[in-house]
Structure formats: C-alpha cells, structure tokens
Design a protein around this ligand. Structure first.
Ligand code: DGL
Length: 180
C-alpha cells in the first residue's frame, strides 16, 4: 500500500521515518508545504486552501491513506477534510490524555503552535481529559520557523522549558511534529 504523509515542513520526516520502520513492506510518500510553512500562525481557512490540493495530489499518486502529521491541521481541519476526502485520514493531536494520566504533580506543559492552542479540538481535549490538571502553554510561536530554518535557539528553548519545570510540570507534550 502507498501511504501519504503530510506536514507543513520538516515535522513530517520523523513521522514518515517511524512509519517506514514499523511498516517496511509499504511505500511512504511524503509531502511538505515549504511555500507556506509555518502554518502555526495562520488561520484554518487559509490552511485549508493550501492542504486540499496537496491531498488531491497524494491521492492522484495512488495513496490509499494519508497521515496528517501536523497537529495544527488535525486540530483545526480534520472534520472538514474527512468530509471532503474518501481515503482514510489518520490524524495526530496533542497528547493531553496520556500526559494527564501519567502526571504525578498534576501540572503538564503543552508546547504547540498558536493555531493549535486556539482550536476547539484542543479546548475539548483539555476539558475532557485534563480536568483538575494545570496545563501550562509556553509561548512557542517562533519555534516552527526556527526549526524549519535550522536556526534553533537551544538556549532560549532551554530557558522556556526550565521555567515550566520550575512550575512543577512533570510531563511535557510536544504537540507539534516540528518539535520532535
Ligand atoms: N508541524 C506542525 C504541527 O504539528 C506545524 C508547524 C507549523 O507549520 O507551524 O503543528
């Protein structure tokens, strides 16, 4: 089977590599949107216009399933995309549920793009799975661009992570595939 993997940029690579390792008998076709990355500061309507032609292309090339390796797309557009396309769309979303289950301090940190953090799906995940858990959302609005441009400021990221650790967060959710 041919499996399509989509992300706005480099985030899709780690997901595609994991799929290749787990399913070596299947073909993996990866697509990025270098022209419009980062998605994480854009509105869902705009992102929809970018993603639809790319998914159409993957389907035309014979992909029987598409892995949406982008939390920003999954949390904002997956319902519309599933209505539009007949191939199965496998989505990735912020792992609020497992994080809330394993935290001992009852404080977790979710690192995600601003568009993901503003989404209804993310609000639903927190309401459903993180009741009674304090969720810290550090400002990671420039992370995708830094990572995409290979200009990651490790000191600045360490500062932000140290800050959430000092607030007792004992689980950090990397809710953007770029951050892996
Ligand atoms: N890698 C994507 C995600 O998981 C989006 C990064 C971006 O384009 O801002 O959300």
């Amino acid at each position: 089977m041919k499996i399509g993997v989509f992300d706005s940029g480099v985030g899709g690579l780690s997901v595609a590599n994991a799929i290749k390792a787990a399913l070596p008998a299947h073909e993996v076709e990866i697509r990025e949107d270098r022209e419009h990355v980062p998605y994480g500061l854009r509105q869902p309507e705009e992102i929809l216009g970018f993603v639809v032609p790319i998914f159409e292309e993957l389907i035309d090339e014979g992909c029987q399933v598409i892995v949406v390796a982008c939390n920003t797309v999954s949390t904002t557009l997956i319902t519309e995309l599933r209505e539009k396309f007949t191939v199965p769309l496998i989505a990735i979303e912020p792992m609020v549920k497992p994080a809330s289950e394993i935290t001992k301090s009852n404080v977790i940190a979710v690192c995600a793009t601003p568009t993901t953090l503003a989404s209804d799906r993310y609000a639903w995940l927190k309401k459903t799975y993180a009741e009674g858990v304090r969720v810290i959302e550090p400002d990671t609005s420039n992370w995708s661009k830094m990572i995409e441009d290979d200009k990651t400021n490790h000191d600045k990221i360490k500062e932000q992570i140290d800050e959430v650790l000092s607030e007792s967060a004992d689980v950090i959710v990397l809710a953007c595939t770029h951050y892996h």
